[in-house]
Design a protein around this ligand. Structure first.
Ligand code: ZN
Length: 146
């Protein structure tokens, strides 16, 4: 495993749309392992592949002591609304309030290509939305309400 360099705000890589993962092979596992290590190294709650310079639909997160890795995640249900201040490993010390759904259900694949469906509330829902936004070239500052 290796700690990867975090791509910072201003780099146009963060504004690109990531591609669907089609191969669930050793190179995907290496990316996931490196992303996990990098997220922990920088004390992030989540990390999306574009943040380490890889334009693939891969995210990792740890919320409520539960580590999750999602490949090709897609929100299939969202409800409610919640406002909290967010930050991002790519955006330095900026913290801004963002409105997100209170609860989301996400459909994705695991590292082996098996389908998974996860429902998260509050911070898990927020983190899932934030990381999926990265896969579409969107940063939380785009949605900040303060
Ligand atoms: Zn982020």
């Amino acid at each position: 495993m290796a700690i990867r360099k975090i791509v910072k705000m201003g780099d146009e890589l963060l504004r690109k749309k990531s591609k669907t993962v089609t191969k669930f092979d050793d190179s995907l596992h290496e990316i996931l392992d490196d992303m996990k290590e990098t997220m922990y190294e920088y004390n992030g709650m989540g990390l999306a592949a574009p943040q380490v310079g890889i334009l693939k639909r891969i995210v990792v997160m740890e919320v409520n002591n539960m580590y999750l890795e999602l490949v090709n995640p897609e929100i299939i249900e969202a409800e409610g609304s919640d406002i909290e201040a967010e930050g991002c490993l790519s955006c330095g010390k900026i913290n801004k309030k963002v409105e997100r759904p209170m609860k989301v259900t996400v459909k994705a694949q695991d590292r082996y290509g098996y389908d998974v469906v996860i429902t998260g509330e509050k911070w898990l829902a927020r983190c899932i939305c934030h990381e999926i936004d990265h896969l579409n070239g969107v940063l939380f500052i785009d949605k900040a309400i303060d």
